[in-house]
Ligand binder design. Structure first.
Ligand SMILES: *Cc1c(COP(=O)(O)O)cnc(C)c1O
Length: 387
């Protein structure tokens, strides 16, 4: 139901959704939709996954919240699982992606301060997205996110994405870290060259900078590996994630290793809800289910299937500039802005998103089958042909 009692931060919302199951959502008129957005890269297991529903229900009836003044089994178990799966040493739990990045940025600043650097500076990329808090919107490389919110924070430098020479050219002894998405999500599903992360790692090693990967969107199986950096053989110093980790439960994680893992000490950072037993038990169930149900392999397979399907149907199409993706992050860039496609797709029973103005973005659940993928390809091609 629509209401003016909500602040108008998202514009007009046409649909009221009432129920979800696996790949499908239903609106208040009883219409069914194929979900190719997953709550913006969140519901990797799809909707109402029975294992997650059972885990949340059980935990809700056992222990919901006790603050971070005490240990909990779900929190400790999730931390150990995340560290073993990523080769990171420790983790700070937050409630969102932006907060996970806030923790990363605080680590970078304190890491710099401890080394006598007065104005620690973080390099971030043009067209990046890191969140909506003051520090993360300053880090974000998109003027639309910043307009109206000046003054911003000091200590950020922006360079072009996928341009290693632009970073090499920076001559600034205040730089302490690079914060970068392995694939840019909001910026238009931008996939960098294959050796980009490896080159960034080498540069950070050479200059004593922290390599901080924002895997809030690319993490948790989305690109066909648990984390996108695992397509390479490098490790980051700091790794943030959120979105798919909770499948809809509000959780973020900032992981660290090496010197970065010991920067935050008692009193330096905190969160009342962060890492409470409910969200941690849920996220633990998400990670184990991704593995048990082989959903990361499926993301890789269906990602390739979609990319091939779209390429076959749309390559050389006069309205299509570029088709790209990694795993189940897919972008189809058109030659002109196409915001109207969101509603047109919903009218045909498909939920998708348009980002960076002219890029159709598909972020389907990791449970997507070939049949579901065929349906997405079919509807998207019809829409583009009808433009
Ligand atoms: C969504 C996103 C964020 C922000 O996460 P929130 O949970 O909305 O605060 C940060 N970085 C990236 C790459 C994202 O995709």
């Amino acid at each position: 139901m629509a209401t003016t009692a909500l602040m108008n931060t998202y514009g007009e919302r046409k649909l009221t959704l009432v129920k979800g199951e696996a790949m499908h959502l239903w609106d208040d008129q009883g219409r069914r939709y194929l979900d190719a957005l997953s709550g913006i890269a969140v519901c990797g297991l799809g909707h109402s996954h029975p294992k997650l529903t059972a885990a949340i229900s059980e935990q809700a009836g056992t222990l919901l919240h006790i603050s971070n003044l005490y240990n909990t089994e779900p929190g400790a178990r999730l931390a150990e699982l995340l560290c073993s799966l990523t080769e990171m040493e420790n983790v700070f739990f937050s409630n969102s992606g932006a907060e996970a990045n806030e923790a990363a940025l605080k680590i970078a600043r304190k890491y710099g301060n401890e080394r006598g650097i007065a104005t620690p500076t973080v390099i971030t990329m043009n067209c990046s997205f890191h969140g909506r808090t003051m520090a993360t919107l300053t880090a974000t490389g998109n003027p639309k996110v910043k307009d109206g919110f000046y003054p911003l924070l000091d200590g950020f430098l922006h360079v072009d994405y996928n341009d290693i020479d632009a970073i090499k050219a920076i001559d600034n002894d205040q730089v302490v870290a690079i914060l970068v998405e392995p694939v840019q999500g909001e910026g238009g599903v931008n996939v960098p060259s294959e050796d980009y992360l490896t080159q960034l790692r080498a540069l950070c090693d050479e200059r004593n900078w922290l390599l901080m990967l924002d895997e809030i969107q690319t993490g948790n199986g989305r690109t066909g590996e648990l984390f996108a950096f695992q397509h390479t053989d490098i490790l980051p110093d700091v790794l943030t994630t959120a979105k798919g980790l909770g499948n809809g439960l509000p959780i973020g994680a900032c992981m660290a290793r090496g010197p970065a893992a010991n920067v935050l000490q008692p009193g330096n950072h905190g969160s009342t809800y962060g890492g409470n037993p409910l969200v941690c038990h849920g996220a633990y169930t998400v990670l184990t289910t991704l593995q048990e149900d082989k959903l990361i392999d499926n993301a890789k397979h269906i990602g390739n299937y979609l990319l091939q399907g779209f390429t076959q149907q749309l390559e050389g199409h006069e309205k299509v500039r570029n088709i790209r993706g990694k795993g189940l992050m897919m972008g189809i860039e058109l030659t002109r802005p196409c915001p109207e496609l969101v509603t047109a797709a919903a009218d045909k029973g498909l939920l998708l998103n348009v980002t960076a103005g002219n890029t159709i973005r598909l972020l389907p659940p990791l449970i997507t089958s070939e049949t579901d993928a065929d349906q997405m390809i079919d509807i998207v091609c019809q829409l583009i042909n009808a433009l």
